[in-house]
Design a protein around this ligand. Structure first.
Ligand SMILES: *[C@@H]1O[C@H](CO)[C@@H](O)[C@H](O)[C@H]1NC(C)=O
Ligand SMILES: *[C@@H]1O[C@H](CO)[C@@H](O)[C@H](O)[C@H]1NC(C)=O
Ligand SMILES: *[C@@H]1O[C@H](CO)[C@@H](O)[C@H](O)[C@H]1NC(C)=O
Length: 406
């Protein structure tokens, strides 16, 4: 008995004695914390320092998820020895254990198969983690590599997700995987999740996506999203046909960290007459840090100025974090596929709102009315430093040599 107490005491001392930084990026990312936890936003927390204070004094003890690669509540459930030592609510001890011991033991900070509306998959060898949230229609809300978050998930129009629109209607008829504009910072989405499967390094989902605008919502002063100030043309809030995806954290022919994103769009039902269907397969909204857009030139193996028909590399200015995007141009499209770039500054006076968006767009012209069409696309994303991503793009394009044009 005395011996047991001594051991417990020693462990506690080693925890308090060790200089554990409870806001280090292995366990806490202020932007992820604010975007993910609706209760934190409700408390009016909108900047990094107040997010940090909230995490240290409330969130950690509440067992909130504070970054995409670790969650105390899931960590305790994943490892019976930890649950036994700290109980299911020993969240603070779980955080401390992960930082002092768990990381070194290569333990993983999430529960296989999903937990409380959040699903995580990983390529543990490369320390890359991908997360999807029920609140965002099971779209990808987090991608962490080297303890760094790539994805902006501030509202339902961001994430790494699929969307489509029908010109000339643009945003007026715009099924969006993660949810609608009015879902905003709410804990719900008008997207209906039909199935989610998260296992190992693979996430598979099927949803009926929300329309970006609620049925017949009058759109004024937002011509950028919904052309000519019209009303939304959808008569229901949720599109009746599925968007499916399968995301795997490995790409054929590539040894670097890489995502293979397979997307499937169903076009059916009574769609207002249109001229061009545009599918984002997919689009990635990265954090405000990813301000540099370049293209990868396969013939020279170098990065060049952004060119919308060449594979793209988006990075932070210091080249430490980058994403390279490649999709074969020889997939089903009536016009060349292209890579788009968009930069949205911080419109909400909120540190997490600034975002940098890329998309891979495939287009189809008018299809016979009231018939069903399914379009599937494969897109690959290299992840790492600019140096790693350039090497990854080289291997990736080499593996897809026969699908390149020209
Ligand atoms: C803890 O980590 C954060 C994030 O890396 C850093 O900004 C902060 O200075 C660290 N705090 C201490 C006390 O070392
Ligand atoms: C952060 O937000 C709090 C309110 O939550 C405010 O009091 C504080 O001044 C803000 N800090 C900065 C640096 O803007
Ligand atoms: C398509 O179906 C809708 C209702 O199911 C019908 O009102 C419409 O006339 C049909 N359109 C065509 C071109 O057949």
């Amino acid at each position: 008995m005395t011996w047991l107490c001594a051991v417990v005491f020693a462990v506690a001392v080693s925890f308090t004695g060790a200089a554990v930084n409870l806001t280090s990026p292995e366990v806490f990312n202020p932007i992820f914390y604010m975007s993910t936890n609706v209760e934190v936003l409700r408390h009016g927390i909108r900047n990094t320092s107040s997010a940090e204070q909230h995490w240290l004094h409330h969130g950690m003890d509440m067992g909130l998820m504070a970054c995409g690669s670790f969650h105390s509540a899931q960590y305790l459930r994943r490892y019976p020895d930890l649950e036994k030592a700290y109980g299911l609510h020993g969240y603070r001890q779980a955080v401390e254990h992960y930082l002092t011991t768990g990381l070194h033991e290569h333990r993983l900070g999430y529960l296989e198969g999903g937990y409380a509306g959040h699903w995580t998959v990983s390529d543990a060898k490369h320390r890359i983690f991908l997360g999807a949230a029920a609140r965002m229609g099971a779209s990808v809300v987090s991608l962490v590599w080297n303890n760094y978050e790539f994805i902006n998930s501030w509202d339902h129009g961001r994430e790494l997700q699929m969307a489509m629109n029908f010109l000339p209607h643009g945003g007026c008829y715009n099924p969006t995987e993660a949810g609608g504009q009015a879902d905003s910072q709410k804990s719900i989405t008008k997207t209906h999740i039909q199935s989610v499967h998260a296992s190992g390094n693979t996430l598979t989902t099927k949803v009926l996506p929300a329309f970006w605008f609620r049925a017949a919502h009058p759109v004024t002063g937002d011509g950028r999203r919904c052309h000519n100030g019209k009303s939304a043309m959808n008569t229901v809030d949720t599109y009746r046909y599925p968007f499916s995806k399968k995301v795997t954290l490995e790409c054929p022919g590539v040894t670097q960290p890489c995502l293979h994103f397979w997307s499937s769009f169903t076009i059916a039902g009574d769609i207002p007459s249109w001229t061009t269907l545009q599918m984002e397969a997919p689009t990635g909204y990265l954090t405000g840090d990813f301000t540099v857009f370049r293209s990868y030139d396969h013939s020279s193996g170098h990065l060049v100025a952004y060119n919308h028909v060449k594979p793209m590399v988006v990075s932070t200015p210091d080249d430490r974090y980058a994403m390279g995007i490649f999709s074969s141009p020889k997939q089903d499209t009536d016009q060349y596929m292209y890579y788009g770039k968009f930069q949205f500054p911080n419109r909400f006076k909120y540190v997490g709102a600034a975002t940098n968006k890329w998309n891979v767009v495939f287009r189809k012209h008018t299809l016979p009315a009231n018939s069903t069409h399914v379009f599937n696309y494969d897109t690959y994303m290299c992840v790492g430093s600019v140096h790693d991503v350039t090497a990854c793009m080289k291997s990736l394009l080499h593996a897809h040599q026969s699908e390149l044009i020209g």
